[in-house]
Write a protein that binds this ligand. Sequence first.
Ligand SMILES: [Zn+2]
Length: 132
Amino acid sequence: MATWDEITSTLKKGVNFVGSKSKELVAITKLSTEVNALKKERTEMLAALGAKVYRLVQEGSLENADLSAEVAGLSDLERKIAEKNEELEEVRKDSPARVTEEKPEIEVLEPEGCGHEIPEGANFCPVCGRRV
Ligand SMILES: [Zn+2]
């Protein structure tokens, strides 16, 4: 597993990770989204449980209440979140992707012929109209 220092120093040496990063980024993004959805669900369940407990306390019937379904549901969510986080760790472990998540600056290519700067992706030189 590469440490942060190793990754950044490797990047400074100009090693290009672009080839391997996309697949990992997709996986990381997908897993992060799933973890966030599970956490949102947990927050909602906790709020519902809190509201129920509050109502039961007000009614004076908390001692006799059965909250096992709510507790089991929350335990289940906790387990799922832990599993997803482990998957995330696995993907991130050997991946330098998080270092390069930022969008690269627009690359300006040197034209071969006219000497004008051509923006990346352009088909024609914006100055003289020469086909790139
Ligand atoms: Zn030109």
